[in-house]
Design a protein. Structure first.
Length: 458
């Protein structure tokens, strides 16, 4: 079959053979436990099997967004120092020709995913290697929570550089179930998949709220398209209450779950009956975890031993994330008297658009290079489709009084051109505003949360 396949079906038996071959190819190429292999590709059964096969021989996949531009990807590849880089389909498919090798029962590590900080510099989240007992504990922690079993068919809608995609798909396959894999999310294709158009009918799926909203609005059939699902999970960005209620009306009782987590680790899980009783919550602590909120409102999670992590090659950042066996990603919230967590805000600078994290500092470092720009502040505004959209406020280098409408238009076009050439699509601002000054604190820090007020509410 030539060209990428839009939808693929993968059984546990087929996946096991493909994992053994992919792992064999990596071992034959000289990779050893603890080595990294970079994958930057769209979702596919071959990618999923290569990732799982690598993990089951202790080789750690580094999963990068397939839409990154070459320079963006190159910086992360250099930091990861991998033994192998796979960025094209031909090289990925070549792994399927490897000599089959024996695999550990469970993954011996977590994939390494990159997440940014407020400095704009992305950092890898590193679990290290696990022994067999720790690997089993880590696997069952996820698989038991969602009750993955041999009767399940998991619909993969999110890109595989999202950690949840590998966790859910891998958990299903290693429990004997099957997967229906979308190369990219398309609401109509997802609807057809849920209707069984491609073979097995899905029983579980995960979707970011933006994708869930598009699916609810697509095509005929109404709630009938969700009739086969026993589990539909969402996370990754705030879910508007109106969408949450609509989704619960569309699925069966007990089906729509939510969790709160990050690249670094998982905090909560929330079944629909608990959300209905506590609207707005993201749930209570997952098994074997303890949540707390300090006096500043920062959320801390004490996880089980297998869930400990470090930031790749950054001892200082690792130390700042951990305190007395608990970690934080800087999110703010509150716990009610029953232990339900409510989020009061994400990390100060973080924008979550379509379930993907965008850090303003990284975008600003590119846009400030545009000719005629003195200052730039990137911020997020609420968006019905994406949860948030990326926006940029630009301060011209020339005094405000001398910048007419035409000059402002040309300035915006110059910045857009720079973003087009230097930033992946999801990082590019969807809205630009030219302003005379940026709001700042007494110490000079830009107050991004006040920019929408400066613009009259955006």
């Amino acid at each position: 079959m030539s060209g990428p396949v839009a939808v693929e079906v993968l059984t546990a038996a087929d996946a096991e053979g493909a994992q053994r071959r992919a792992a064999g190819a990596l071992v034959a190429a000289g990779l050893e436990p603890g080595d990294r292999v970079v994958f930057s590709l769209p979702s596919s059964s071959a990618l999923l099997c290569a990732v799982l096969g690598a993990l089951r021989v202790g080789v750690v996949p580094v999963l990068l967004n397939a839409t990154l531009l070459e320079a963006e990807r190159g910086a992360l590849v250099a930091d990861a120092n991998p033994a192998l880089v796979v960025t094209d389909r031909t090289r990925l498919e070549a792994l399927d020709a490897g000599p089959p090798v024996a695999l550990a029962r469970y993954p011996l590590a977590r994939p390494m995913h990159y997440t940014s900080g407020t400095t704009g510099r992305s950092k890898g989240v590193w679990s290290g290697l696990w022994d067999d007992a720790t690997a089993e504990a880590a696997f069952t922690d996820e698989a038991d929570l969602w009750s993955f079993g041999s009767d399940d068919v998991h619909l993969v809608c999110s890109p595989m550089y999202h950690s949840v995609s590998i966790r859910f798909a891998g958990g299903t396959l290693l429990r004997g179930g099957a997967c229906v894999i979308l190369r990219r999310f398309d609401a109509e294709v997802a609807r057809q998949a849920l209707d069984g158009a491609f073979g097995p009918v899905p029983t579980t799926t995960f979707m970011a709220p933006s994708a869930l909203g598009r699916l609810l609005a697509s095509g005929p059939g109404g709630s009938a398209r969700f009739g086969s699902l026993r589990l539909l999970v969402h996370a990754g960005s705030p879910c508007p209450p109106s969408l949450k209620w609509a989704a619960m009306d569309a699925v069966g009782p007990g089906v729509l779950w939510e969790f709160y987590g990050s690249t670094e680790g998982q905090f909560t899980a929330c079944p629909p009956d608990e959300w209905s009783a506590h609207p707005g919550t993201v749930g209570r602590a997952r098994p074997d975890r303890t949540l707390s909120v300090d006096g500043d409102g920062t959320i801390w999670c004490r996880p089980p031993g297998f869930a400990r992590f470090t930031y790749w090659r950054d001892e200082a950042k690792t130390a700042s994330a951990w305190r007395d066996g608990a970690f934080t990603v800087g999110d703010l919230g509150r716990l009610d008297h029953d232990g339900y967590l409510f989020l009061d805000g994400r990390r100060d600078d973080l924008i979550i658009t379509g379930g993907v994290n965008v850090y303003p500092a990284e975008v600003e470092a590119v846009l400030i290079e545009a000719e005629g720009v003195a200052e730039v502040a990137v911020f997020g505004l609420a968006d019905d489709r994406w949860g948030q959209r990326v926006c940029a406020a630009l301060v011209p280098a020339a005094p405000g009084a001398s910048v007419d409408r035409g000059d402002r238009r040309r300035l915006v076009e110059a910045v857009k051109d720079l973003a087009q050439n230097r930033l992946a699509g999801y990082k590019r601002p969807k809205q630009y505003e030219v302003v005379d000054v940026l709001p700042r604190t007494a110490t000079g820090k830009v107050q991004r949360n006040r920019i929408p007020d400066l613009l009259g509410g955006g």
